[in-house]
Ligand binder design. Sequence first.
Ligand SMILES: *[C@@H]1O[C@H](CO)[C@@H](O)[C@H](O)[C@H]1NC(C)=O
Ligand SMILES: *[C@@H]1O[C@H](CO)[C@@H](O)[C@H](O)[C@H]1NC(C)=O
Ligand SMILES: *[C@@H]1O[C@H](CO)[C@@H](O)[C@H](O)[C@H]1NC(C)=O
Length: 378
Amino acid sequence: MDSHQYKVLYIGILLATLTIPCFSADCNFPAIFNFGDSNSDTGGWSAGFGRAGSPAGETYFHYPAGRYCDGRLIVDFIAQSLGLHTLHSYLDAVEFNSSHGINFATAGSTIRRPNTTGFSPFSLDVQFSQYSQFRTRYKEAAKKEIFEGLLPKEEYFSEGLYTFDIGQNDLTSGFFGGMTADEVKAAVPDILNQFSNIVKNIYWQGGRSFWIHNTGPFGCLAYVLDKIPLRTPEVDKYGCGNPFNSVAQYFNEKLKKVVVQLRKDLPMAALTYVDIYSLKYTMISQASKFGFKEPLVACCGHGGKYNYNDKVGCGGYIYVNGTAVLIGKSCEDPSVKINWDGVHYTEAANKWVFDRIVDGSFSDPPIPIKMACNREAH
Ligand SMILES: *[C@@H]1O[C@H](CO)[C@@H](O)[C@H](O)[C@H]1NC(C)=O
Ligand SMILES: *[C@@H]1O[C@H](CO)[C@@H](O)[C@H](O)[C@H]1NC(C)=O
Ligand SMILES: *[C@@H]1O[C@H](CO)[C@@H](O)[C@H](O)[C@H]1NC(C)=O
């Protein structure tokens, strides 16, 4: 090479090093702080209100590991892909190790304080309060030898990834309380305003990287279809309920706008919006193409059109002449099923979704999760 070629090469390398790092730098997230409902609950509800019993966990953990699933949730796959251990729940004193982050999600959680029974008292504002407590109080604990290796380091709170999967229960609670689709839609701005405030509060406490899942097509889930029977024209050709899914889509449109606004309000934050809805709906509507069977029918359950019974769920028993008989049994092969228990997804379905979000294909901006700290790409 002559000197000119060297110069071109040199300038080339210089340009590459100047431009590429903005988009390609791994964030090396040391921890995850998760907020959500049962879609990402790794033991919160179980710790507070009783364990999600066997056959939960049968595929992966081989014991009921506090998840409403036969195995791992999307948040578990996220943690493992980042080289972190799966998250323990803030509420779980037995399996407590928060060195790689902590999970505030509980099954049945809403963004707004719930008014209806059957939902979790740990709504998003309470989860934030728990996070704040943890944030300030862990410092004292960290000084004690007995907690060594069990707590995050101070810098993890700014370097960690803050993940959210919440909102589904705000919408279903509206329907279950007798609201029409339009009435539920009318509540969305207030729901999202509260969501937005929580993200801001975390930012003001030092959080910078936010990974926000939109809400799934809950109109394809047995527990909704079973509880609120629809007339034929309201059901799409895959068997999903249009009024429910249209509200989910409306919520997601507004959520996306909230994220855009948050990017303006929080100049040092990297906020990624992840389109879980499209993936779950694609998986359900084209199930056989992806190796799944009977997408609306629960793997674990009993009876009815969806192998789902509101009264006796997955793992549930009935008493026959004083003897407990298990009727909420698991199916033969959960790996070909999408729906686990009429409410939640199987490990196979969660993995299918995770495999498609991990590289950023369904995110705005479209960057891989391990690079989701990069503001430059937003
Ligand atoms: C609960 O009820 C109060 C008072 O009626 C209302 O302001 C609030 O929005 C309700 N919350 C939900 C989640 O419906
Ligand atoms: C907690 O988890 C971390 C990360 O997996 C591990 O290195 C550490 O040994 C665990 N602590 C205890 C006390 O088990
Ligand atoms: C329950 O007990 C009654 C009376 O002994 C008997 O007729 C019936 O067959 C029993 N049912 C079952 C399912 O064992």
